[in-house]
Design a protein around this ligand. Structure first.
Ligand code: IDP
Ligand code: MG
Length: 141
């Protein structure tokens, strides 16, 4: 077990629906701690960089248009095994197939508007945190 930092995004659908507090509460109740927060109007450049691994896929244009459709709440989340803990708290990518008890399984039913993003590995977390919170780059966990 190791202390980790990961990036969580409360996506525009969740901010629009007033679910930011609910999502933060679920993470905090799990024992995860907020180390940074910022409301960001994502532009195409940040959307493209963040979702670089999905360039060329059929849903990419829709994904970029969704993530730039309104403010996104970006969070630095810290805790023991935070990467995996966030991912299991979020649930599977497709909310229609996410388990009840998870954020996506309880609060959503469609894609790409699946409420949250969580980095999928420590390497992704480092890359994504540098994109969204460049001022934290020199800090160690
Ligand atoms: P993840 O967010 O669970 O890591 P990824 O496969 O990395 O899932 O996909 C990134 C995001 O792209 C998803 O969270 C969702 O918003 C969107 N997405 C993924 N697959 C599809 C799809 O088949 N149709 C529409 N949107 C999708
Ligand atoms: Mg992903």
């Amino acid at each position: 077990m190791a202390m980790e930092r990961t990036l969580v995004l409360v996506k525009p659908d969740a901010v629009r629906r007033g679910l930011s507090g609910e999502i933060i509460a679920r993470l905090e109740h799990r024992g995860l701690v907020l180390r940074g927060a910022r409301l960001v109007q994502v532009d195409e450049q940040l959307a493209d960089a963040h979702y670089a691994e999905h360039r060329g896929k059929d849903f990419f244009a829709g994904l970029v248009s969704f993530i730039t459709s309104g403010p996104t709440l970006a969070l630095v989340v810290e805790g023991e095994s935070a990467v995996a803990a966030v991912r299991s708290t979020m649930g599977a990518t497709d909310p229609a197939r996410s388990a009840p008890g998870t954020i996506r399984g309880d609060l959503g039913l469609s894609m790409p508007d699946n409420l949250v993003h969580g980095s999928d590995s420590l390497e992704s977390a480092a890359r994504e945190l540098a994109l969204w919170f460049p001022e934290l780059e020199d800090e160690t966990v």
